[in-house]
Design a protein around this ligand. Structure first.
Ligand code: ZN
Length: 643
């Protein structure tokens, strides 16, 4: 049973709002059908089981240990046939188990080892012991959400945590992130919970931020923060640049409004805000503030300013004043720097282009932007002067300058034409960190697409990429995504063939260097590199690329070797482009004949939402939940009924 946000009330009478924390004791009776190994799993360990016969059927009653004080939306009960793999974490000895459908236990091993390391990491980071006697992770087929952080009983869509030999590195990274995200919640969200759903951005933004921290700790070779910038941060900016975006913190009242809060502004922009403040304060000071917060508010509820206050106490900085404009205002700024004229301006960045002010326009919004210790306030001439003098110092040391290095601040920088031109040579491998190369490419293309500058400036910035050899795949992924985005815009334009020539110029040399097949001893992420480069060749209409994809798909469809996981989507897509009807039919056949969700996701829906109906999960009529309320008396707030 999945209760978040407002479905516990459908299962049993309760004060179904996060602030009404209580202890719960669950008793569940399940049918034992055909001698199958039916199990019931909940938040706490089983203390007693009894079996009985009734009306010709056999039943088993599970009694679970009382829970700690907790919110209703985190309760869980899962019933089904399972294989289980278990282990204890090295440092903290927490019993951790992964439940899978029968026969799939071995596919849960990567998830189990990641979970064990993540639990040890979080205990160290939070400075608070794991609050429950066990940690269960359950792979559920046909699960609507990607995953749910029920306390001690986390549920995941199968494709989100199971792996096999064909699982690509990118999918593995996604699995590690999902495992860490839900375990981050076991403290932040579950032990200390938002008072009301308008604090959801803090719960989800924090877990998204911490999932990257944990994955970076467990798999340092992945450079996962580059992917944060290339995916999470970029997604937040993409959405927040729309006129229709909304502030991170919003009022919500009805269940429908609560459901609408689970969007990328809460997750991705929330995480970007926390990364920004963590970098501004310093990672160790940030950790100190989080420890203070979790210790002070364990087993209770908070509003976002409680966290800002703890961070202020730890740092001596007024975090509330710094973050307030970011949390309450829609959008984010672009800072235009004319280092020749000596001016700095700030305005909201809009994907649809600059809004020209009229006589009755409200004053433009402003955001405090940190450049190291210097916080730019556009209404304070002194801070503007300090930034310009910092730029003058940077220009003395180098033919170009970059600001917001490491991309911690959530804003775009629009440099002068001279500085954009001077930056192009600095984009070759080995000069700037990958994170800054990604940031410059993203800013320049986004400004070009929105009309703040010419798209030619962006194309000039990357025009020498065609000569590069060995490089970081993530930068090429960024280049590929930007150029494929433009290809989508331009495909019906008369000049599209010229743009395709540009694509060929950028991608041909790398495509020849990487080839289609994995080479002995090459870096693990070359699969993603290959995918980014061949995707550009495909968009350029390169006949050899298209021919290879059609042939390769046919080999696989005829029962031959499957396409490597990194290239599968691209090969299918380019084969589909050439024979839509035939390839669609074949893909449907392949989709129906596989039972591994990762495979189904590859054949069918990229989001992994596969349609397999094999496990009868719960006979609701047999559930008895005894709810013992020991929490504080209900506060005055309208009780919400589902509808
Ligand atoms: Zn979450």
């Amino acid at each position: 049973m999945q209760f978040e946000a407002t479905d516990a009330r459908r299962a049993f009478p309760c004060w179904d709002e996060p602030a009404f924390k209580a202890t719960f004791q669950l008793v569940a009776t399940i049918p034992l059908v055909n001698e199958r190994n039916m199990l019931a799993v909940s938040n706490t360990p089983v203390t007693e089981t009894t079996e009985f016969l009734h009306d010709g059927g056999r039943y088993k009653t599970y009694t679970f240990a009382p829970t700690p004080k907790m919110s209703t939306y985190l309760l869980a009960l899962v019933v089904g046939e399972f294989d289980v793999v278990s282990a204890f974490s090295d440092k903290n000895q927490i019993q951790t188990s992964v439940y899978t459908m029968p026969g799939k236990g071995s596919k849960g091993k990567f998830c189990l080892s990641t979970a064990l390391e993540a639990l040890d990491f979080f205990i160290d980071f939070y400075g608070v012991k794991y609050p429950l006697p066990k940690s269960d992770l359950l792979a559920i087929p046909d699960f609507a959400a990607g995953a749910m952080e029920n306390w001690g009983c986390v549920t995941y869509r199968e494709a989100k945590i199971l792996t096999d030999v064909g699982t690509s590195l990118q999918m593995k990274k996604g699995i590690a992130r999902t495992v860490c995200h839900e375990l981050a919640h076991q403290w932040f969200g579950n032990l200390t919970t938002m008072e009301w759903w308008d604090g959801l951005f803090l719960n989800e933004g924090f877990a998204r931020f911490m999932e990257f921290k944990a994955v970076d700790h467990i798999f340092p070779q992945w450079d996962i923060w580059n992917e944060f910038i290339q995916s999470v941060y970029a997604m937040a900016m993409g959405l927040d640049a729309m006129m229709t975006s909304h502030p991170v913190e919003m009022k919500c009242n009805s269940p429908d409004e609560i459901d609408s809060m689970f969007d990328s502004i809460s997750y991705a922009k929330g995480a970007s805000m926390l990364r920004m403040v963590s970098t501004y304060l310093g990672d160790d000071v940030f950790m100190k503030g989080i420890r203070l917060y979790l210790n002070q508010y364990a087993y209770s509820n908070t509003i976002p300013t409680d966290l800002w206050t703890c961070l202020s106490t730890a740092s001596g900085v007024d975090v509330n004043s710094f973050l307030h404009p970011w949390i309450t205002q829609v959008g984010f700024p672009v800072i235009t720097i004319d280092d020749v004229a000596g001016t700095v301006t700030m305005e909201r960045f809009l994907a649809s282009g600059r809004e020209l002010p009229t006589s009755d326009s409200p004053p433009p919004p402003a955001w405090p932007c940190a450049f190291g210790d210097l916080v730019l306030d556009v209404n304070d001439p002194a801070s503007m002067k300090s930034l310009l003098s910092k730029i003058a110092d940077l220009k003395k040391a180098s033919p170009y300058f970059i600001l917001n290095s490491g991309r911690s601040g959530f804003f775009r920088i629009n440099y002068s034409p001279a500085n954009w031109a001077a930056l192009a040579p600095a984009l070759q491998p080995g000069v700037l960190p990958s994170i800054d190369r990604i940031a410059l490419i993203d800013d320049c293309f986004s400004l070009g697409k929105a009309g703040y500058i010419s798209v030619t400036t962006a194309l000039d910035l990357i025009s020498s990429f065609g000569d590069f050899g060995v490089d970081d795949f993530i930068v090429w992924q960024e280049v590929s995504e930007q150029l494929l985005g433009l290809a989508g815009f331009y495909k019906n334009e008369p000049f599209f063939p010229i743009f395709q020539q540009f694509l060929l110029k950028i991608a041909s040399k790398q495509a020849a260097r990487l080839g289609w097949e994995k080479k002995e001893g090459e870096p693990e992420n070359y699969g993603s590199f290959r995918n980014a480069v061949h995707a550009m060749m495909g968009a350029a209409g390169d006949p050899a690329t298209l021919e290879y994809c059609a042939k390769r798909f046919n080999v696989y469809a005829a029962g031959g070797e499957s396409v490597s996981a990194d290239l599968r989507k691209l090969v299918y897509k380019l084969a589909l482009k050439q024979d839509e009807e035939g390839v669609t039919k074949t893909l449907l056949r392949l989709y129906r004949n596989t039972s591994f969700p990762g495979e189904s996701a590859r054949e069918g829906r990229e989001d992994g939402s596969v349609m397999i109906h094999k496990v009868p999960l719960l006979n609701y009529s047999l559930l008895r939940a005894n709810c013992v309320t020991r929490g504080p008396p209900p506060k005055k707030r309208p009780f919400l009924f589902p509808h």
